[in-house]
Design a protein around this ligand. Sequence first.
Ligand SMILES: *Cc1c(COP(=O)(O)O)cnc(C)c1O
Length: 395
Amino acid sequence: MFVYADNAATTSISKTALDAMLPYLTENYGNPSSLYAFGQKAAEALAEARQTIAACINAEPREITFTSGGSEADNQALLSAAKLGERKGKKHIISTAFEHHAVLHCLARLEKEGFSVTLLDPHEDGVIRLEDVEKALREDTCLVSIMFANNEIGTVQPIAEIGALCRSRGIPFHTDAVQAAGHMPIDVKAMQIDMLSLSGHKFHAPKGVGVLFARKGLLLTNLIEGGGQERGKRAGTENVAGIVAMAAALKESCANMEKDNARIIPMRDKLFTELSKIPHSKINGSLEHHVPGTVNMCFEGIEGESLLLMLDDRGICASSGSACTSGSLDPSHVLLSIGLPHEVAHGSLRLSIGEYNTMEEIDYIIETVPQVVSYLRSMSPVWDELEKGLRPHLI
Ligand SMILES: *Cc1c(COP(=O)(O)O)cnc(C)c1O
């Protein structure tokens, strides 16, 4: 059996998105900046996509800037707010220790440029507390950037509350909503969000296309110099087909959200319930504040990397954390941020399921993971010491 359970890393393109984009790769290949009618067809498709995406998050079409993905949107949001802050002599940024590297590495760059950055730790449940954000606010805070849902442990943050706090203090609030889009309702007005990042390939559009929402009046800095596309905020001929696909995919995901989640949540919960029966295992992240499809667990005495390789042999695609950290031997910064010891964080497994998974696949995972964990433990010197009482169990 082949089971794709890594939807937080990327998703397959939906038929709706593929059908929507194909004409813009074939007959309608015009440049949307051209004046003739043929190019205008592409321009109209862009305008329609902008409207569709804006409607999905309750924004205005002109508040939508198309980017090459979530990473670019995050970078542009952070650098724009930093530039605006710098002009007013405000150089303090609040974010969290468990952001995606697109945010964390961009903040590290800003730190080198003289910004001071406060990274809040989530609590053990993987949720940031409003009080912690409030306490960290300073006179010179120019940006608060807190992710909507974490990509490794799937926990959802109190976005509307943080939005209200930031709005009341006049501080721009950005959220990386890449893991939430298409899976949870997003309303930038009700949640008082000033900037928000999306990535198409996390909700069944192709890779290489994303969105930065910026509330009107908030001046974006362009990362790329060139032509005047995207109201001068993002130079370069637009990825018309990708953008059309992204709009179709987001519209479809939002329209089917309730129906899809009614299937996905029971599958996720079955994974949690059944895999928790493995002795010395632990669920990471609050179950109460959680995206529908993500399961993250630790199994004591094994290496996450070995677990992934053995699952791969059995046809299961999973991850031990973010796609960017698998392959490196450092434990996940997300798991460390919720207070897990290194030894425990090393034995992590992320399964992220989506619209296209079936209960049969879930049952196959439930049958396979305990077998693999037992096998790896039988070969693990660490497990041997734990069993002999030579070192204490941590979970
Ligand atoms: C995948 C992801 C990104 C990066 O998006 P790309 O389109 O791959 O650049 C950023 N943030 C989060 C939370 C993600 O899951």
